[in-house]
Design a protein around this ligand. Structure first.
Ligand code: HEM
Length: 132
């Protein structure tokens, strides 16, 4: 979809491309979009934070200093939104990266999403929707 060949390279440049593409799609998504629109006032700062986050996760750069759990706890999230988020993430990694590189991003995202979801919605399996 980018017009560029899928890359197997995971570096700051390709992480930035992934984050830019993913959040453009998330903002346009019928379910995710309203959450972002309501919460994010400063998009350049948000994008820089997300690039630092994924740089820390994938490259161990240590660029991200923050607390995603606390940030998401303050948001009006429904547990079902995590599957939507992950579906969009997986589609986007698959558009930008080779299957092998995309799988590395997807595995990290799955772990973090499971952890966030379990922490935010403890002891409510009947409300939590299908496992991620
Ligand atoms: C239910 C699905 C999700 C929704 C709707 C969502 C939405 C949001 C929103 C609206 C913000 C901005 C909050 C603010 O600026 O006040 C945010 C921040 C963030 N999200 Fe999510 N998120 C979701 C899942 C995830 C997942 C699965 C990850 C990681 C794999 C993630 C990583 C982050 C990070 C790193 C931040 C920045 C935290 C900071 O400011 O330090 N999110 N998210």
């Amino acid at each position: 979809m980018t017009g560029l060949a899928r890359t197997g390279t995971i570096d700051e440049t390709t992480i930035a491309r992934l984050v830019d593409t993913f959040y453009a799609r998330a903002r346009a998504d019928a379910q995710l979009g309203p959450v972002f629109t309501a919460a994010v006032e400063d998009w350049p700062t948000h994008m820089a934070t997300l690039k630092a986050f994924w740089s820390s996760v994938m490259l161990r750069s240590g660029r991200y200093k923050g607390n995603p759990f606390a940030v998401h706890k303050a948001l009006p999230l429904q547990p079902e939104l995590f599957a939507v988020w992950l579906g969009l993430w997986r589609a986007t990694t698959g558009d930008i990266f080779t299957p092998e590189a995309a799988a590395l991003f997807d595995q990290k995202a799955l772990q973090i999403a499971q952890s966030l979801k379990a922490g935010l919605f403890p002891f409510r399996p009947q409300e939590a929707g299908a496992p991620l």
